[in-house]
Ligand binder design. Sequence first.
Ligand SMILES: [Fe+2]
Ligand SMILES: [Fe+2]
Length: 359
Amino acid sequence: MAFAHAEIVVVQNGEGVDASLLDALQRLHTVRILSLSDNPAALCGAPFAFLFHVNLADPGVVRQLRDNYLSTSDLVPRIFVLDDGDRASIVRAYAAGAHEVLVCPAQQREIEQVLAPLINGAVERLWDDLTDIQKSALKISLKLFEDTFVAIRRGEPPSMKAFSETSASVIAAVSHHDFPTLLHALRAHHSYTFKHSMFVTGTLVTFANLLGFNTEDVKTVATAGLVHDIGKVNTPEAILSKPQRLDPREWEVMMRHPSDGAAILERSGDWSKDIIDAALHHHERIDGGGYPDKLAGEAVSDLTRMVSIADAFSALIDKRAYKPAMSGEEAFARMLSSSGQFDQKLLEAFAPVALSIKG
Ligand SMILES: [Fe+2]
Ligand SMILES: [Fe+2]
């Protein structure tokens, strides 16, 4: 399966790749470094992108680049890394076949801005290798997230009907196919709230199936997963994708998303109380140490307890710019040791779901 090998390939000659650029790339992706003289045909599957950090002022380098790399599929994005952002270097890069250029030294945020649309396109094209049910679940969900975020910013509430229909397609993809494959197909996607919400929803559907929920309840759980972080529509991108840990002021902004999410759902008038409660309280802890309302024990509903477990698990198994991904086993061990955060009995029942995610 193509996803198993999808990575970013950095091609260099001469002095090697800028260390801070490499560090920034490795925070988000699996990176392979090749030399200009290597044969890319030896790669297993198409990479998500090629990053060329080579001396384009040397005609011999340009020839080697053309002969060895530019004959590969035009669908793989080509980003040229330049040491100088002068006009002549930029013109040279596009003439040599660049789809985008990145000038060093670049901040994580600039790298993200250049890479995100190109990589998302490459990731979404790889979805064509999945089964029809999986492919349509991913495409329908992505479109729903994109449309909903635009609509909310225009002041329109999210459509309960659209989320409920989309949850049916995610349930079909997760219940009848393998969830780890779906999860893997999303891993490199840069639209963080979409990706995370899909991780949470897939985890919840797997968990609900394990617990023997009926069709209607699986649908409620899945829909709650899709919208649990809808309030992040108001969280600035600079905070959502900050490559370091958040400072106290940024945390304060981040911690508004449950209340914002509940308010957005309440405005529409057709969302169930249970789903609004899960959006509002998925960061509460059983010991009362969570937010925003410091609920404790029985005050945290059953659905919210499930969402809170799936939410924490999904965050731990995901790679972020400030932390590596954990395997399902490592994530579960971390959650077990976090005493007082989760419903302990429910967490123990979650073990088979967690252990099915290998990393
Ligand atoms: Fe959240
Ligand atoms: Fe979340």
